[in-house]
Design a protein around this ligand. Sequence first.
Ligand code: SF4
Length: 254
Amino acid sequence: MLKIERKTLLYKTGVEYGDYTINHVLGCSHGCMYPCYAFLMNKKFGKVKDYKDWITPKIVSNAVDLLEKEIPKLRYKIKHVNMCFSTDPFMYRQEEVSKLSLQIIDILNSNGIPVEVLTKGVYPVELVGISKNDDNYFGISLVSYSEKFRERFEPGAAPVEKRLKSLEFLHRQGFKTWVSIEPYPTPNIIQQDIRELLSKISFVEKIVFGRWNYNSFVNFNFDSKEYYRRIADEVMNFGLKKNIKVIIKREVLL
Ligand code: SF4
């Protein structure tokens, strides 16, 4: 795998429900076609040339050294570390990325810092021996149960069934789990029933719901505001019934 070096690693994010975050890989082989906001930003700022460059991940070779230097300075400011907003820590079939992510979780937890992880990959079983903070949260992104949708919009990501199984496994091991349903597609992209998706994830502790923001796919002839409020209500009611914490992203309610 290609390598890069960075000057800093831990930083405070402006993302709605985030705290500190790290991106220990540049690029992501999942290559989401929504398109991926991280790809657009990295392209805009000249960090990657094009889509092909983006889906060829480059690992930050000095990530562990940086982390060990930065933790003592930031330790008491950090509530948790989000992994990750600009890459995927458990990129499907990218062993080196997973290995480094496990190392990072180990270091953070050993310093009393919990992590909030999100992936469209598969969690490795080794995580069970490494994760040691009761406040760790492990999540998957899941916006459709359709493999056809996954193949079109998340071509390099793990099949949805595999993602779910790995999350269920962590739940059975006693870990806190969550699901990000974002960006939830409009019916012109795919016709689906949110209740089917929700029925698969009734074991999680938390659900975050957000809308599809990418104009090129949105059908302007339909009332997306009304649509998203209705779906958000379904998610809220499901959360109440199952005792699951639900976070509806701000833009859904505007
Ligand atoms: S998994 Fe996340 S970081 Fe990777 S391409 Fe998809 S949206 Fe971007």
